[in-house]
Design a protein around this ligand. Sequence first.
Ligand code: PLP
Length: 390
Amino acid sequence: MTNGADPFDLASLIVAHDEANAFEAVVPPIVQTSLFTFGSYDEMVSAYRGEIVRPIYTRGLNPTVRAFEEMLAKLEGGEDALGFASGMAAISSTVLSFVEPGDRIVAVRHCYPDAFRLFGTHLKRMKIEVTYVDGRDEEAMEKAMPGAKLLYLESPTSWVMEAHDVGALAAIARRHGAVSVIDNSWASPIFQRPLSLGVDLVLHSASKYLGGHSDVVAGIVTGSKELVGRIRSEAYPYLGGKLSPFDAWLLIRGLRTLPIRMKAHEAAGLEIAKRLQVLDIVEKVCHPALANRLPPGLTGTSGLFSFIFREGVDIRAFADHLKLFKLGVSWGGHESLIVPGEVVLEQKAQPNSAHTFGIDARSVRLHIGLEGTEALWSDLEAAIAAATET
Ligand SMILES: *Cc1c(COP(=O)(O)O)cnc(C)c1O
């Protein structure tokens, strides 16, 4: 496995030409077609035999989707990558390629709620058991791993921002012969490159930072040729969660500015987290850079974090008073967002609505967008003032 591109080397991101076919256009074309035709019987039979690699049908291979996959593989240091119609499609196809009935998965607690729900519904029905472990507790991880086929990681987690020593956890999985997978959506390859830390497969909700403009839902997985090849041949074609050419084209556009967007999210996010931390009405700020030192391999922080209000703050008034921050789920785009914890706890989703993912009822999750630190801080200050008036 290569070390991949320097994440701040824009040159490697900007080059995504299809020089043979695109009139030397600086932006690759959207190859918006379902099928590709053949010039002759012989050419068709060679493609079917796999003697030549060329597109046949877009669910299998599409040039625009392939261009995005190659860019992301390079950025994460993977040998191959596979795009999906959503982050959840990437998660379900990846997990289902490595487990069968009777197998066990170990997952970090507080993993993405819909991944938890997939594990607790479909996987449970298939007699695949999932054990949840606090990823900060390596001893507990060591105890949980024997016999497990897959280790499912996410770090930092996306509400309480628990950050793990990803390299140490990957080494535990390797010792026990399990495949390790990480959801790297929060840090993006700009701040964490798990393949270089020993993780086998890295996946993303590309709907978040990779896209970066809140206009696409997509996913991707990257890693070695062998493991990505297994997903490509076992789950991907038949579950069918294919990334569309147009969405791939939007993602290529998004990747070009990923390094500078991530640095802007980091700077504004950290500054606002620090200002919140010293307020009397704030009990705790959950931001990985404020907790301790960042774990090895996490080289920066994104714009998503949460904090907990003390009693005496009207969270509804706070939310309704914000102007720049919009009330909305998801994150990773240009816009700033809030989600009150008490609203999320109202969701009665299967399989276990009592599972809280560590969410405190007095917490608020913030996504710090690109509007500018001072404008965002004024918005927060005014809303806090309105929420604490007696
Ligand atoms: C949004 C999200 C997902 C799911 O991605 P979709 O593109 O919405 O399917 C997975 N993991 C994390 C951490 C997310 O935030």
